[in-house]
Design a protein. Structure first.
Length: 244
């Protein structure tokens, strides 16, 4: 008769072995090319993780669709770690910034200005220690932030300065786009200071939002709009009231 009893110790060993293998694969993945250079020493992914934690702690909910996070971070390292990492130059900061920006996008954070990360040395830190400070718009400063709608397309950003902005191929449109697939005035976006609505203006080829043809529809930040041969992305940009 087949014995279906399982040895608890063998099961435990198998589970622990699986977890350890998974963690090793994950570590190799997140460290990427840097892991070959730094072995068991402080890894760039640890710096990224520290910045992400600081970002999460400093993020402030403005409303149900917007979360504002600090945009400027100073990372302090021990002198040995700083000396070892800084020869990587701009490539190191660029990689850390890429990882942090990806986290911000996933969390749907917005910044009052460009994301900035700087590395410094601190004599008070021991090898492997990291100290991160963040600055920029945080909860106490939320009242000083305004929100400006924009359209991203063709590698450029166009701020929507009017309460109703038209888009089309003709110069009569508020935003003229060199796209023969667009109607003269193809669609319009209305903005009341907190909410946006897109409206198709009887275009020949129609307007799509998230892949579906629409007539009129409310849109939120990061909505993808297809019209003619052009893909537009609607953004809501956080700006300080002084314009920064």
């Amino acid at each position: 008769m087949l014995d279906l009893k399982l040895d608890p110790e063998r099961v435990k060993d198998k589970v622990l072995g699986f977890v350890e293998n998974f963690e090793r694969r994950l570590e190799r993945f997140v460290n990427g090319a840097f892991s070959k250079a730094f072995k068991s020493q402080l890894q760039p992914v640890e710096i990224s993780a520290a910045i992400k934690a600081k970002m999460d702690k400093g993020a402030a909910v403005v409303d149900r669709d917007r979360i504002l996070a600090p945009n400027s971070y100073t990372v302090r390292l021990s002198q040995p770690d700083f000396s070892r990492l800084t020869p990587m130059g701009d490539g190191l900061v660029a990689e850390i910034t890429r990882q942090v920006a990806a986290h911000a996008k996933k969390q749907r954070y917005q910044f009052s200005s460009e994301l900035q990360i700087a590395l410094e040395t601190s004599p008070s830190l021991a090898v492997g220690q990291i100290q991160v400070s963040g600055s920029g718009a945080k909860a106490p400063e939320v009242a000083n932030v305004t929100w400006t709608p924009a359209l991203d397309f063709g590698g450029k950003r166009y701020l929507l300065a009017k309460s109703r902005t038209t888009v089309g191929r003709d110069q009569a449109a508020d935003i003229a786009v060199n796209d023969s697939g667009l109607s003269r005035t193809h669609f319009a976006i209305s903005w009341d200071g907190s909410e946006a609505v897109i409206e198709d203006l009887g275009s020949t080829n129609g307007t799509k939002v998230a892949g579906r043809v629409i007539k009129s529809q409310a849109i939120t930040a990061d909505t993808v709009i297809e019209a003619g041969r052009t893909e537009f992305v609607f953004r809501i940009i956080a700006k300080n009231q002084d314009g920064v």
